[in-house]
Design a binder for this molecule. Structure first.
Ligand code: KG4
Ligand code: ZN
Length: 333
């Protein structure tokens, strides 16, 4: 079964074709990062307009690379939320028009669900599956620009959110810390690069929020800001390394603990922050359970993950009507 995935929830215009939820036949991403970097963050109106310009060429490229036309496809999957309303509308409108004209079934999906399903995708360039398939029940840590969620999955499409952030999402915290340290935008990769040249020698607070699986990252961010404002930070690289270590410590500690408590068989990592090599390394080292992590380019926003998720959606005999709408505040469970 070959599914066309379409993703426009934030600032990446993406289309991909995935076979049977695991084999990537094409995976195209047109990034707007350079445009938004001028403003130091995403400008929603600019994002929507860029999606309009990019979406048709990106879909055409995804089909061409897969060597397919619409007759070779079995379904269309698109992100309908959470995300920026104007951005989501571009992908959803195009997906609905294509489903209408081709007669293909349509699936409107949750972006976070898509991130989780990046773990089903093959890992080699050819797209063949070389990693073990995720096994239920599992615990997934989703860490992106808008979310930090700990999710229990007992089966496909079955999600229980066990913990979430009470303030900043992990990616948002990385972005804000990068701004504080003058490292530019996007902040996550900038912090990771700077941290490689520094030492995690500065003591920053870790919010453990005992008795819950929730997160809080505003304290560590404020502590970093106070150091910079007080002229007490002499090295941005040490600041970046210390900040990264503090955030990763909390993410890893909570994830390993809740996976044990819930008797999960595996831990999955997902979302843009999952491309962070310190987080990948620390989680793998700290867990006695198998840890599955998508390739870094499948952690950040892409449409292959949406197509993979769409496959399991269609397998469960779920499909959406052409009156499908976007839901910017869509929740996972
Ligand atoms: O999943 P994603 O691409 O988009 C959303 O759904 O939000 O995640 C983007 C977030 C941004 O906050 C970005 O700074 C962060 O992921 N990020 C990273 C890294 N790469 C991206 N954070 C830490 N280390 C990285 N290498
Ligand atoms: Zn995302």
């Amino acid at each position: 079964m070959k599914i066309l995935g379409i993703e426009t929830s934030c600032d990446e215009t993406a289309a991909a074709v995935v076979e049977d939820g695991i084999r990537i036949l094409s995976n195209e991403v047109a990034s707007q990062v350079e445009i938004h970097a001028r403003y130091g963050g995403i400008v929603p109106e600019v994002a929507s307009r860029q999606h309009i310009l990019a979406i048709i060429p990106v879909i055409k490229a995804a089909l061409a690379k897969a060597g397919l036309d619409f007759e070779g496809l079995d379904g269309i999957a698109v992100t309908v939320g959470p995300g920026l309303a104007g951005s989501l509308l571009v992908g959803a409108s195009v997906a609905k028009a294509l489903a209408f004209s081709s007669g293909l079934p349509l699936a409107g999906l949750n972006h976070l669900e898509g991130h989780i399903y990046a773990n089903w995708l093959g890992r080699t360039e050819e797209g063949c599956q070389t990693h073990p398939e995720p096994e239920f029940p599992l615990v997934c840590l989703i860490v992106s620009g808008g979310h930090s969620d700990l999710v229990l999955m007992k089966g496909h499409g079955d999600y229980v959110v066990l913990g979430r952030t009470r303030d900043d999402a992990a990616g948002e915290a990385f972005d804000k810390a990068a701004r504080i340290l003058g490292l530019g935008y996007p902040g996550g990769p900038a912090i990771e690069r700077a941290a490689q040249k520094g030492v995690a020698s500065i003591k920053l607070p870790r919010a453990n929020l005992k008795g819950t699986s929730d997160f809080s990252f505003s304290g560590v961010k404020t502590a970093l800001l106070r150091l910079v404002e007080g002229g007490r930070l002499t090295s941005a690289a040490d600041g970046a390394a210390s900040f990264q270590a503090a955030v990763v410590d909390v993410l890893v500690g909570k994830t390993v603990a809740v996976a044990k408590e819930r008797r999960a068989k595996q831990i999955l990592l997902a979302g843009g922050v999952a491309s962070n090599s310190w987080l990948r390394q620390k989680l793998a080292q700290s867990s006695s359970l198998p840890v599955l992590i998508p390739e870094p380019n499948l952690c950040t926003d892409n449409a292959a993950m949406v197509a993979a998720c769409g496959y399991f959606h269609f397998q469960a005999k779920k499909r959406d009507a052409l009156n499908l709408d976007v839901i910017p505040g869509l929740k996972l469970a």
